[in-house]
Design a protein around this ligand. Structure first.
Ligand SMILES: CN1c2c(nc(N)[nH]c2=O)NC[C@@H]1CNc1ccc(C(=O)N[C@@H](CCC(=O)N[C@@H](CCC(=O)N[C@@H](CCC(=O)O)C(=O)O)C(=O)O)C(=O)O)cc1
Ligand SMILES: N[C@@H](CCS)C(=O)O
Ligand SMILES: [Zn+2]
Length: 759
């Protein structure tokens, strides 16, 4: 390449949880009072500095500073801008709630499985810069000897992600008050030695209103004289119709996601000012496949030749990747050769950078190895299952339909189940206590044998079933004690999946998941949940729900193969779940819940792509659910259910009962069900399980009364927002007792029109 070219590697952000989830341990220890703030901060600083050193040693030139949040980077931005007071108490009270304060709303970060704390802004909101945290981080990075590039969330994305409880007030109107705070911030960062600032504006890949577009122009015009260079950073998709807007902004650099949207490179090149530094997001920050380095070079060598300097980077922050493939000692060599986690992705960027700086010959062996791995993956017999492909390729439309319409099924189910009005239930999991996790870890490590582990799980299940009966719940669950996670558990039992031992990815706060890796055609070699259901039902005469994770959720919360369309993989999973549903029914399950917690999250960021997604996602759910008789009640569950816009698709899933998250948003969501004339039964969550706060009976009756104003009382179920796995028994017990009491009071005060509902 040209000797005048300047190639730099940036990472945009790195996982902060730590290679051994050290941050999780430190946070949970602090929250439980076992250690103090000093210990937490010390652990966080060590992790942050180790992470910089590691990224630098792998070849990253520009190190992110400010991405290392203790809980969430959006919450950090709220502190930076004076929306949330400084200090750990206020920080964690906002994130998690406290005795005196409910937790702030939490929702999905774009279409990822990461959750951010939603800034809540009133029309009177004032902002004030509190840069100390960021300046301290910058000083620490300089001390660590790396080249820091502070990362901040840009003002427009911040305001677009915020919400206001004042009806009709759009937080974007606060922009004028926010601009000076960012200007002060840039000045402080420049004073502290920063040359570049990475300003994350992922909202640039969304459909933007005119107000948002104007906001971009106004804000970035005001930043034109900033004493730092701004790397305007878009990710998670194409700039699309915002390309001209983004290119018109007076910034020094622009980062584009060329993994999700490789096609946008041409338009960006065509419109980019000669002096705009392009940052090319060429390595997938959100999936774990080893990259096709030669193909990437084919694409970007001409860019370097034409423009001289570029930054190369992952498509988005590496926050969404597991940290280090080398820790997965149980993978076979072939599978390992197909993969790259965060650490390996930085090495890939380094190989690309060396090829661009010194020519491909300098890294010939590395490029050959990448190509060879790709070839073995393409040709591997282990990814191909002809029987699976044949079954899932073109399903008979009859497989997608229940035998009767909802009204008829409802009659049949009411007759069979004889539930009271406002039936009470829970979403599935009960606390995954330390003992439960320890028993599983002991079993995995061989410290206890299969029989001892199984006996332990049976006792937990039996105790939980008895407790549910005692407190008067109507539809029971077995508690999910045998499951490490609602997706991983199924991934471990399905063919075509691999799972990691250490591949943790932060989901929210200290909570992590280990997404399974779907590398091949998916099949179910044997029933997965039937024996646990059978055992749990044997303990009670009340209906026991079969409990499954749905195909779309398994897909969205896994690392999905990138060699075929997602919907094809999803359909294969749907057939596997269908077989499980039918086996549960054959075993006698009167209710089967198929969780589709991630259906909404998988919605494409652009509306123009919604219909296509919803069509195949709903079809996959229906493949999974539709094989059963009218008398078998199909439940589904969705948390973080921002689905006002997709309510028709929710209806089209044709579930008999849906439980949804509504507690934090005060039943707002039910308006969509009401106005759409949603016919089936609904359990709007009355207890926010993401907060340790125990709700009072009155909190829940208030929510239920709001619900009865929007829905017909005979449609309503009473349940928490989501599963109880993250809670502790001392929180769950009073909360569920209060919830059952709230339902009892409702039965006294509200008449249900359906006589068949009385049992
Ligand atoms: C409902 N949600 C889920 C999402 N995504 C999923 N894939 N799953 C979900 O449930 N997305 C949206 C929300 C996010 N919510 C949550 C809620 C709770 C968690 C959570 O609790 N995560 C746990 C890890 C769960 C797990 O896999 N546990 C395993 C492993 C336990 C473990 O840590 N083992 C240690 C060894 C321990 C020892 O030796 O003592 C180890 O492997 O190192 C299990 O139970 O077996 C968490 O701890 O963060 C996540 C998302
Ligand atoms: N059945 C699962 C759903 C979580 S979204 C649970 O209860 O944990
Ligand atoms: Zn849930």
């Amino acid at each position: 390449m040209s000797s005048t070219s300047n190639i730099q590697v940036a990472t945009l952000g790195f996982p902060r949880i730590g290679p051994k989830r050290e941050l999780k341990a430190a946070l949970e220890s602090f929250w439980s009072g076992k250690s103090d703030a000093g210990a937490l901060i010390a652990t966080a600083r060590t992790l942050r500095s180790d992470s910089w050193q590691r990224q630098a040693s792998l070849g990253a030139d520009l190190l992110p500073v400010g991405d290392f949040a203790l809980y969430d980077q959006v919450l950090d931005t709220s502190v930076l801008l004076g929306v949330v007071p400084e200090g750990l108490d206020a920080y964690f009270a906002t994130a998690r709630g406290s005795r005196t304060q409910p937790a702030a709303e939490m929702t999905k970060w774009f279409d990822t499985n990461y959750h951010y704390i939603v800034p809540e802004l009133s029309p009177e909101q004032n902002f004030a810069l509190h840069p100390q945290g960021l300046l301290d981080a910058l000083a620490a990075a300089e001390e660590a000897g790396v080249t820091p590039r502070p990362v901040v969330i840009g003002p427009v994305t911040y305001l677009l992600l915020a919400k206001s409880h004042t009806e009709g007030f759009d937080p974007i109107r606060l922009l004028d008050r926010l601009i000076p705070v960012y200007q002060q911030l840039f000045a402080r960062l420049a004073e502290a030695g920063a040359e570049w600032v990475q300003i994350d504006e992922p909202a640039l890949v969304l459909d933007l209103s005119d107000a948002a577009r104007t906001a971009y122009r106004t804000a970035y015009a005001a930043f034109a004289d900033a004493p730092v260079k701004l790397m305007l950073t878009s990710y998670f998709g194409a700039l699309g119709d915002n390309t001209d807007l983004a290119l018109s902004l007076p910034v020094a650099g622009l980062h584009v996601d060329l993994v999700r949207a490789p096609e946008q490179l041409d338009a960006v090149l065509a419109g980019a000012r000669a002096d705009l530094l392009l940052s090319l997001g060429v390595i997938d920050g959100r999936n774990i496949w080893r990259a096709d380095l030669a193909a990437i070079l084919n694409r970007i060598e001409p860019v370097v030749a034409a423009r001289g300097s570029v930054v190369i980077a992952p498509s988005c922050s590496l926050l969404h990747s597991p940290i280090d493939l080398d820790r997965e000692t149980e993978f076979d060599d072939e599978l390992r050769s197909w993969l790259a986690f965060a650490v390996q992705k930085i090495s890939e960027l380094n190989i690309l950078a060396r090829a661009l700086r010194e020519g491909r010959e300098a890294v010939a062996a590395e490029l050959d190895a990448a190509t060879a791995a790709l070839d073995t993956r393409r040709r591997s017999p282990r990814i191909d299952r002809a029987d699976v492909r044949a079954r899932a390729s073109d399903p008979d439309p009859a497989l997608l339909r229940r035998g009767s319409e909802f009204a008829e099924r409802q009659r049949a189910q009411r007759e069979r189940l004889k539930l009271p009005a406002f039936p009470t239930t829970t979403i599935g999991s009960f606390p995954q206590t330390e003992q439960v996790r320890k028993a599983r870890a002991d079993h995995t490590a061989g410290r206890i044998d299969d029989a001892a582990y199984e006996q332990f799980l049976r006792e937990e299940t039996a105790r939980t079933v008895a407790w549910q009966e005692k407190v008067g719940l109507d539809a029971l669950v077995h508690g999910e004690f045998e499951r490490n996670d609602m997706v991983q558990y199924f991934g471990e039992q399905l063919d075509g999946f691999a799972f990691t031992r250490h591949g943790w990815v932060q989901s929210y706060g200290s909570r992590c998941v280990r997404p399974p890796i779907i590398y091949g055609d998916v099949a179910r070699p044997a029933p997965m949940t039937v024996e646990w259901w059978r055992y749990a039902q044997s303990l009670t005469a009340k209906p026991m729900k079969g409990m499954l994770t749905g195909p779309v959720t398994i897909l969205n919360w896994s690392f999905v193969r990138n060699d075929q369309p997602r919907q094809r993989t999803c359909r294969q999973i749907a057939f596997a779940i269908r077989d499980e549903v039918l086996d549960l029914e054959a075993a006698g399950a009167p209710m089967i819940q198929i969780d589709e917690a991630a259906l909404r999250e998988g919605l494409p960021l652009r509306r123009s792509e919604w219909d296509a997604y919803l069509e195949w996602a709903v079809a996959c759910f229906r493949i999974a659910a539709s094989g059963v008789a009218d008398t078998t009640q199909i439940h589904t569950h969705m948390c973080y259910s921002e689905f006002n816009d997709i309510i028709a698709a929710i209806g089209a899933m044709d579930a008999d009962v849906i439980s949804i998250e509504t507690a934090r948003s005060k039943m707002e969501l039910l308006e969509a069900f009401r106005s759409h004339g949603y016919p089936a039964e609904i359990g709007p969550g009355v207890y926010d399980i993401h907060s340790p706060r125990v709700p009072a009976v009155e909190d829940m009756t208030e929510l239920l009364e709001l619900a009865t104003k929007r829905l017909s009382p005979d449609q309503l179920w009473v349940n928490p927002d989501c599963g109880l796995k993250t809670r502790k028994w001392p929180e769950v017990e009073p909360a569920i007792v209060a919830m059952v009491e709230a339902a009892r009071r409702l039965r006294e005060t509200v008449k249900t029109p359906a006589p068949s509902n009385a049992g």
